[in-house]
Design a binder for this molecule. Structure first.
Ligand code: SAH
Ligand code: SF4
Ligand code: F3S
Length: 569
């Protein structure tokens, strides 16, 4: 409800802003009244509620002042992306929307007319990187204004989570910024950019209740890549007390399963061999446009949720089932999954499908029940450890990754020790470790004190890193002599060797250029699955000998997994 109020208020604000812009453009006042009357209503900002947003006709741009020259043709856009994988996918959505409007893309700064920076607000450090980049872009803009090309001034647009967090303040603080667009307003970008043609700044930071960009087919920035990201949901309702994401990305909403499956199919046809399904909490996925398919268990003992579970609809296990059935040779990954919501149905599908990577991201955040309570994570240390045991029992070959925060409000040395002991117990293959960074608006900001001094946060961070490195090296060493299924991505820039990823997303490099394939031999190419015997293990890279070109089906059949469902088919 608060979001609807807020959207109404913001819709009002946005109209006010655009009116101000028109006044400066000398639009006669009678026309102005018409335009207010014919301007966009709330529906324009909050799209339909059937799970699929209505496409906005590209040529109809509501209430765009007549004297704005909407000249998109040949305008070259340079993209910068910061933050998480969702941002990588979002920039492809943005590019799809702009391309349709006639914009061009450049990877050369000097050629650019527009810089669009996709931003992250998760920690202060993430935002500092962006301020630093903005310093550079401001200088670039100034140089262009004083050069021979001064008639085509550079525009700077800030998109994504930092845009949503700071809103108009971004322009107040950084005068060089022309456009501020939050994560749910990318369809509006052509209009916002057009507004800057008359020297105005343009802001749209409205959050939507159901925008999923389901009908926008992302245009991949790297067409040669063998892997792709697909956002299956947006927003987050979890409200972990430390986290800014619910404020920057808005309410949780899922994209219709049919559109996800279609996109996987299209990507498979384009030769993509691996997709990663993205969401802040993929296991709370719910396509409410569909009737329920499977029966589901309740939250496991020791887990609770801050919001009411949705009723009916297709759930994540159903989606995984459908997505992994599109092409048994397409690898499926997903991230992030919240530990509170891991029903057996999901584990079942993962365990029986050879093309779903047996790597689960189970972000613990802390090993102390008291800290977890303050973080409002909805589970205790014991419940988390029980879940890990359960997952390992259901999928014995599983790999685990985590996110951990140290130095959260009130964290004592003993509580931190519990985080270290959890890391010691669980054996994570991959861990992302962060010192806590207080974010305005969050519950922690309102309720707690950021009282762990920086030098202690730093020290705890170093200790977590040290433990992780030690444990991870031991795990990787155990892989020496084992054979891994590797999806070849291309040539590694550092070593000049072939590089690919194993199931755990660990980099694997090898030298062999030509390999046995079926009855013959052929050169290895990106997109091939190869079996690689591991000879040497480092922390973040395994080196090996490639044995043959293979397939997911063949590899697991050779390993004796023939009793798995897909292989039987
Ligand atoms: N939805 C995902 C994570 C999104 S943010 C999930 O729940 O796993 C990625 C990670 O950033 C979080 O898992 C958390 O470990 C970290 N993070 C979030 N807010 C933070 C903050 N204020 N300070 C430090 N780390 C933070
Ligand atoms: Fe942030 Fe928690 Fe949502 Fe992840 S689940 S995005 S950590 S609020
Ligand atoms: Fe950053 Fe937003 Fe992702 S805050 S981590 S870009 S959801």
């Amino acid at each position: 409800m608060w979001l609807i109020h807020r959207a109404k208020r913001l819709a009002k604000l946005s109209n006010v802003n655009s009116l101000k812009a028109r006044c400066k453009c000398d639009v006669p006042s009678t026309r102005l009244k018409d335009k207010i009357k014919n301007g966009p209503d709330l529906k324009y900002f909050i799209t339909s509620s059937n799970g699929i947003s209505e496409p906005v006709e590209p040529t109809r741009i509501p209430y765009l002042p007549d004297n704005i020259n909407f000249s998109t043709a040949r305008r070259k856009v340079y993209f910068d992306v910061y933050g998480c994988q969702m941002n990588l996918n979002d920039i492809e959505i943005v590019w799809s929307i702009l391309k349709k409007e006639g914009f061009e893309r450049t990877e050369i700064e000097e050629e650019a007319d527009i810089f669009l920076v996709m931003t992250c607000a998760i920690r202060e450090g993430a935002e500092n990187k962006i301020w630093y980049r903005l310093d550079h872009l401001r200088g670039f803009k100034r140089r262009r204004a004083n050069s021979k090309k001064k008639d085509s001034p550079v525009k700077i647009g800030i998109l994504g989570c930092m845009a949503e967090r700071l809103k108009e303040k971004l322009i107040e603080k950084e005068k060089a910024v022309d456009v501020v667009a939050g994560p749910d307003s990318y369809r509006d970008l052509p209009r916002l950019l057009a507004q800057t043609d008359s020297g105005q700044t343009a802001v749209n930071v409205l959050l939507s209740l159901d925008e999923t960009y389901a009908d926008v087919v992302p245009v991949r920035l790297n067409q040669d890549s063998v892997s792709a990201f697909i956002s299956i949901m947006r927003g987050c309702d979890n409200m972990c007390t430390y986290c800014i994401v619910p404020f920057t990305r808005g309410r949780e909403r899922s994209r219709a399963a049919a559109s996800v499956v279609d996109e996987v199919r299209q990507l498979a046809e384009q030769g993509v061999r691996e997709v990663t399904l993205l969401g802040q909490n993929v296991n709370s996925y719910r396509d409410v446009t569909q009737p329920a398919n499977l029966t589901h268990t309740k939250l496991a003992e020791g887990f609770k949720t801050v919001y009411k579970s949705k009723k009916g609809g297709l759930r994540f296990a159903d989606l995984l089932d459908q997505v992994s059935s599109v092409d048994p040779e397409m690898r499926i990954r997903f991230t992030a999954a919240h530990p509170k919501d891991f029903p057996d149905e999901v584990l079942q599908v993962i365990s029986e499908r050879p093309n779903i990577c047996k790597m689960l991201h189970l972000p613990a955040q802390s090993g102390s029940s008291a800290v977890l309570e303050r973080m409002r994570r909805g589970y205790t240390r014991e419940a988390y450890l029980r879940l890990v045991d359960h997952v390992k029992a259901r999928i014995p070959e599983v790999g685990l990754s985590t996110d951990m925060i140290c130095g959260f409000c009130g964290e004592t040395e003993n509580e931190f020790q519990e985080t270290l002991s959890l890391m010691d117990l669980v054996d994570y293959n991959v861990a992302f470790l962060f010192p806590y960074s207080m974010r305005e608006k969050t519950a922690a900001f309102r309720r707690y004190t950021d009282d762990v001094p920086d030098h202690i946060k730093k020290d705890r961070h170093n200790r977590m890193m040290e433990l992780y490195r030690k444990k991870c090296q031991i795990l990787n060493d155990k892989e020496v002599g084992n054979t891994h299924l590797v999806l070849v991505e291309g040539i590694d820039k550092k070593t000049g060797r072939f590089m690919g990823r194993n199931e755990f997303y660990l980099k694997v490099v090898f030298d062999e250029v030509e390999l046995p394939c079926g009855e013959g031999r052929r050169e290895v190419k990106p997109g091939d699955y190869v079996s690689v015997r591991i000879d040497e293990a480092r922390l973040s890279v395994l080196k090996g000998t490639a044995l043959r070109v293979t397939s997911i089906g063949e590899f697991y059949r050779d390993l004796g997994w023939a009793d798995r469902k897909l292989l039987r088919n």
